[in-house]
Design a protein around this ligand. Structure first.
Ligand SMILES: NC(=O)c1ccc[n+]([C@@H]2O[C@H](COP(=O)([O-])OP(=O)(O)OC[C@H]3O[C@@H](n4cnc5c(N)ncnc54)[C@H](O)[C@@H]3O)[C@@H](O)[C@H]2O)c1
Ligand SMILES: O=c1ccn([C@@H]2O[C@H](COP(=O)(O)OP(=O)(O)O[C@H]3O[C@H](CO)[C@@H](O)[C@H](O)[C@H]3O)[C@@H](O)[C@H]2O)c(=O)[nH]1
Length: 459
């Protein structure tokens, strides 16, 4: 079977590599020639643990090539669309990249063979129909005859993308076309059965925990498209809930870590996504909650729970700034060090990260800010040209002369810093750990004033 994947970003490059590792011949198409060149050189276009080695292996075995041309579409049994769907200013999803990809597929599709076009991008209900009409317009073909369209949302998490694509909880397929269902089931069989993995054992990660079998779930296009948004919004609501509980724990005199652990022991609730933070962020939750909310309003059925989570989340960013302001009295002329610019560890993705909001507020309140991130500096700098901050090469340098350090992202590298020595670099030894990541260290002994999140003084 031959596959084409359009878009070599966080989803497309991982998807393409996983299909190639399961024995398919894959072409990944991207309009950015730098990404194409990197992949053809056997290197990852993004920072994602394990992806360099996997791409090196499948490119080396000639199972995967990259191109900026669409020629390979004419030979593909399945074409996956994995281009970006960022937010427009009104919160709705920008479908211009998906539309452009559909047009290019329409121009290149082979009328003499059946092709299933699969939407892996996160898109609103109805987009499968839009993709089909654009292909019909360009090609003169009829949906259901020479081609079909399916929705196959992706659920991978950045930083764990390989584990998530090789051992997913579920694969959701949205199409009522029987031929498309047959092709996709055949395509996913090696990943479902995990039988090809042994030959690539050196480049496919072992899951941290034993993984249950993957559920293969078939439905219609619209329901599949909806499943993706509802899943992301559900997770965002869950985090917002525990973050609000953290604030209450501080006020009432309880410890949110224990509260979350105890609550999560109920198997109906589960322990995942109950980690307190300065708020959820990144390239998915903010845009996907915005699109879902906007769709719910359009159809007169506003999802007020999601609306509350979005508002609460912004409040969480502000709460962190307020904690620092309260401790330092005023921020005018104060020097703040920020550890972590990405929305979570093990990624270089700095799109819509909470760090940009928090830093913006600190600067507005008169502070000067020094920042560090192990991987996210380049993207953060490119996306936030107006934030006047000093970029540091190390965590140690970030601490120099500061009145407060804020740990925003729990990179493992920050656990390894010599915190005792870091204290000597600071002007005022105040540390706000927004993830409760380093809370067990002997901060008092080292002369710090340490604050976590949601750790109230027990009365
Ligand atoms: N990032 C994630 O963790 C994640 C997880 C699940 C789902 N998603 C969804 O998957 C989609 C892709 O997200 P991403 O983070 O991989 O985006 P991305 O921006 O990292 O990658 C998109 C790629 O598509 C390329 N591209 C855009 N238009 C093109 C065209 N017409 N032809 C060829 N290439 C084109 C871009 O150059 C870019 O490399 C989004 O809808 C997103 O919501 C993302
Ligand atoms: O207990 C938690 C878990 C996460 N977060 C934060 O929530 C955000 C999102 O985290 P995560 O979901 O791990 O990252 P993503 O890579 O954005 O993955 C989400 O978004 C993807 C894109 O749609 C989906 O594919 C994934 O299933 C979904 O988890 C980040 O800011 C995290 O720091 C918390 O604050 N507490």
């Amino acid at each position: 079977m031959k596959i084409a994947v359009i878009g070599a970003g966080y989803v497309g490059s991982v998807t393409a590599a996983a299909f190639a590792a399961s024995g398919r011949r894959v072409t990944v198409i991207d309009s950015d020639p730098r990404k194409v060149e990197r992949i053809n050189g056997g290197r990852s276009p993004i920072y994602e643990p394990g992806l360099d080695a996997l791409l090196g292996s499948v490119v080396g075995r000639q199972l995967l090539t990259a191109s900026d041309r669409y020629d390979s579409i004419s030979e593909a049994d399945a074409v996956f669309i994995a281009v970006g769907t960022p937010s427009l200013p009104d919160g709705t999803a920008d479908l211009s990249y998906v539309s452009a990809a559909a047009d290019s597929i329409g121009s290149a599709i082979n009328p003499d063979r059946f092709t299933v076009v699969v939407d892996k991008s996160t898109v609103p209900v109805g987009t499968a129909g839009l993709v089909a009409s654009r292909i019909e317009e360009r090609s003169g073909l009829k949906r259901g005859e020479a081609f079909a369209v399916a929705s196959n949302p992706e659920f991978l998490r950045e930083g764990y993308a390989l584990e998530d694509v090789f051992y997913p909880d579920r694969i959701v397929i949205g199409t009522m076309d029987p031929e498309a269902r047959r092709i996709l089931k055949q395509l996913y069989r090696p990943l479902l059965e995990r039988h090809n993995y042994s030959s690539l054992a050196d480049v496919i990660p072992q899951p941290a925990q034993p993984k249950a079998d993957t559920i293969y779930f078939e439905t219609d296009e619209g329901s599949a498209e909806m499943i993706k948004y509802v899943s992301n919004a559900f997770l965002a609501v869950k985090i917002s809930y525990i973050n609000e509980v953290a604030k209450l724990c501080e006020a009432i005199g309880a410890d949110v870590t224990d509260v979350a652990a105890g609550v999560g022991l109920d198997s109906r609730i589960g322990s995942k996504f109950l980690q307190v933070s300065s708020g959820w962020s990144g390239s998915c939750f903010p845009k996907d909650t915005a699109e879902l909310l906007s769709a719910s309003r359009k159809y007169g059925s506003e999802l007020t729970v999601v609306k509350a989570a979005v508002e609460s989340n912004r409040g969480m960013h502000d709460y962190c700034v307020e904690k620092v302001r309260r401790r330092l009295k005023s921020l005018i002329g104060k020097r703040i060090g920020i550890l972590g610019l990405t929305f979570k560890p093990n990624t270089d993705d700095a799109r819509q990260t909470q760090a940009s909001v928090i830093i913006g507020s600190l600067l507005e309140l008169g502070a000067t800010v020094a920042v560090h991130d192990p991987q996210g500096k380049a993207m953060f700098q490119a996306l936030n040209p107006n934030l006047q901050v000093r970029y540091c090469d190390t965590g140690e340098e970030t601490a120099n002369g500061t009145d407060a350090l804020l740990l925003l992202t729990h990179w493992e590298e920050y656990a390894l810093l010599d915190w005792k020595a870091m204290r000597q670099r600071m002007r005022t030894p105040y540390m706000l750990d927004t993830r409760n990541f380093l809370r067990t260290a002997p901060w008092g002994e080292w002369g710090y004033e340490y604050e976590g999140m949601g750790i109230g003084t027990v009365r």
